[in-house]
Structures are given as C-alpha cells and as structure tokens.
Design a binder for this molecule. Structure first.
Ligand code: HEM
Length: 228
C-alpha cells in the first residue's frame, strides 16, 4: 500500500494526491456557499416570497444552473469519498494528518473533521429531501418554494426543524474553520506573509457564512412567535 507515495505513478492514488483533491473539492464547495446564501437572503424580503420564488424557479429550470449542479454533485462526492478514504488511511497509518505532512500532530482535527463532515452530510440529505426532492420529485410543478421554506422553519418536525438547521450551521462553522486554512496548506500555499491572512479570512468566512444561514430559520421562528 502506498503511504506517502510522491513516487506513485498515479498521484491521486497517493495520500498527497488525495489531500490535494480534498482541498480542491473543499475550495469549490466553499465558493458555492456564499452564492447559495446570497440567493437565500431573498427570504428576508417582505414581499410574501415573490422574489425568492422567482429566484428558485430560475434556479430549478435554467440549463446553466443544471450543469453547475452536476459539478456541485461531483464536488460533494469527491469530497465525501476522499474524506472517507483519508480518514480510514489516517486511522491505519498514524500520525499522518489530512492537513499536514507525516508526523504533524492534528490527528485530533482529523477526527473532528470526519465527525463534523458526517453530521453535515446527514444535514444535507435532510435538506435536499425537504426542498430539492420535494419540488422536483415528490411534487413536480409545485413552484411555491417560499411556502415550503416558511412552513419548514415555522412548524417543521413540530418546531425542531429550524433548530436542527441552527445546530447544523454550528457544525458547519467548525468544519469550515479548520477546512478553509487547511485547504490552502494542503495545496502548498504556505507563506510567511499570506498564511496569517488566510487564517483570518478562514475565521471570518467560517463565522459569517454559517451565521448568515442560521439567521434564516431564527428569523422565521421569531416572526412565527410574534417576537418581532
Ligand atoms: C437556511 C439555510 C438554507 C436554506 C433556506 C436553503 C434553501 C435551499 C432550497 C430552497 C433549495 C432547493 C433549490 C432548488 O431545488 O432549486 C436548496 C438546495 C440546496 N442546498 Fe440549500 N439552503 C440552506 C442552507 C444550505 C447549506 C448550509 C448547504 C450546504 C452545506 C446547502 C446546500 C444545498 C445544496 C447542495 C442544494 C442542492 C443544489 C441546488 O438545488 O442548487 N444549503 N437549498
């Protein structure tokens, strides 16, 4: 078995190659989140959901978006499969961590990334089932996306659904906090001047993006309970 085989003829079969792929797919997913959040912020618009429904309708019918969605699914699959392979390999051959070279601590983070990663995957399955599959498979032709989101964040699972989102966003924040800077490190972008900046950027990103997403269910809950 190849442990750290920079000499392996197929780079992606090596641990370095896998870390590289993990980082690339991670950065791709990192670029998706702000775009998704920007669209979701339309939910705050006080127009009965008109803008959000128009946006969702465009997203679910545009050919360009369909192509991008395929890329997104591939990005998620690569990230998940590679994550499983790296975690298994790390367990079998400590102390090589996924964000560092051999001998570099972080086996704790490696575990922590796998756990938060699995929980985020559970969240994603629930999320896609509630929204995407509902509108494309279970109820094709139903274009009332805003109503679906509203009902889910007001009374979904009898009140727990919005808090499930808030907890998931907390876990997403943890995952991104380490993942963001580790992705740059694994790509070899380690620089005296830029690494501290990347760390700061990663911290800001991992706080603001999950906070933005979490604000949505909280907003629907507060409004539902007439708190504002
Ligand atoms: C309050 C938070 C969120 C809301 C209200 C929301 C809303 C939605 C809606 C309505 C869809 C269906 C779009 C369609 O089928 O055309 C969707 C799809 C999706 N969401 Fe979210 N989302 C949220 C958070 C997230 C987060 C945090 C992630 C990733 C970790 C995520 C990943 C996805 C993915 C991968 C899809 C399927 C791809 C797509 O249809 O574009 N979402 N989301």
């Amino acid at each position: 078995m190849v442990q750290n085989g920079s000499s392996h003829p197929f780079i992606l079969a090596t641990s370095i190659g896998r870390k590289f792929l993990m980082s690339l797919s991670g950065l791709f997913l990192i670029s998706f989140l702000p775009v998704h959040l920007a669209g979701n912020l339309l939910l705050f618009k006080d127009d009965g959901g008109a803008a959000f429904d128009a946006y969702s309708h465009f997203m679910s019918t545009s050919v360009i978006i369909r192509v991008l969605e395929i890329a997104l699914v591939v990005g998620f699959l690569v990230h998940i499969i590679d994550g499983i392979l790296l975690t298994r390999r790390n367990k079998a051959a400590r102390p090589i961590s996924y964000s560092g070279g051999s001998g570099r601590v972080l086996s704790f983070f490696s575990k922590y990334m796998a756990l938060t990663g699995i929980l985020i995957l559970v969240y994603l399955v629930v999320h896609i089932n509630s929204y995407t599959l509902k509108h494309r498979i279970y109820e094709p032709g139903n274009l009332a996306f805003y109503e679906t989101v509203k009902v889910s964040f007001e009374t979904g699972w009898s009140g727990f659904y919005p808090w499930f989102y808030v907890i998931a966003m907390l876990l997403l924040g943890f995952h991104l906090n380490h993942g963001f800077q580790s992705a740059f490190q694994s790509l070899g972008l380690n620089h005296k001047k830029y690494t501290p900046l990347i760390k700061k950027l990663g911290l800001a990103y991992s706080v603001l993006i999950p906070l933005g997403f979490a604000a949505i269910p909280i907003f629907f809950q507060l409004r539902y309970h007439n708190i504002f």
